[in-house]
Design a protein around this ligand. Sequence first.
Ligand code: SAM
Length: 254
Amino acid sequence: MKKEKFHYEDQRYVDKITTGQEKGLKKYLVNYVDFVRKYVKPGARYLDLGCGAGLSSNMLSKYYDVTGSDYSKPVLDYARKHFKKIEFKREDARNLSFKDNSFDAVCACGFIEHINDVDRVLNEMLRVTKKNGFVILVSPNWFTPLRAIRAFINNKGYETIGRNRIQIIGWFFKSVYYTIQKLINPTYVFRNPDIFNEKLVGNDIDMVYIANQYDLKRFFEKKGCKVIKINADTFTYSSIPFLAPWLGVVAKKV
Ligand SMILES: C[S@@+](CC[C@H](N)C(=O)[O-])C[C@H]1O[C@@H](n2cnc3c(N)ncnc32)[C@H](O)[C@@H]1O
């Protein structure tokens, strides 16, 4: 495996992911599970990519033959210890060891926005998906002005879009600009946080790719897939496709 330092193995991130799981992550992951269940049939062979400390894989195992996978060793050790019946595999999503056409569904929650080589990972996800199978990406949609409006009203800043109301207003205009720009310019938008030197951890401060339906839809359509959904409507306020605070991109490999 590569030698570069992987920040999800840094103790601060491991603590964040594992304690987050212990403190109420289930409430949010229920939306992910309910969403994928609309598309993926029970009994399917399911890859839960970027599964973190394993809670989603465990929840999904009620319906599917699940393999949970992540690249962070300490996080996976935690998953294995807590969910003994689930199969977990340490994998770098950029270079999966699975054979072509291995899974009926290859899905990830809160994952793609942490990837700085988006095309490569999406190609890998598609490669290991069987024909007529699904690739599903559930992710916060920071592009929608609704997130900024909600943060402004609640006066609750996020490291990603602004820590106070002034910064949030700035992000609002940026999100409108990005949306217009996306329609004419198909390049990905990345952030470049100083991950190892950040004092704060969490609230997606380590997010590198600003995930959005425009890029993801374009990628899958270019690959000949059928994109059948772009918004994860099981999450609150997410029923309007292009404004949804939660993306739920469902691509069928045809
Ligand atoms: C924000 S956590 C999300 C965990 C979980 N899916 C959730 O929703 O709570 C992102 C996860 O992606 C994993 N990850 C990041 N880059 C990866 C890569 N190249 N290959 C595999 N996993 C990766 C990290 O180790 C981390 O556990």
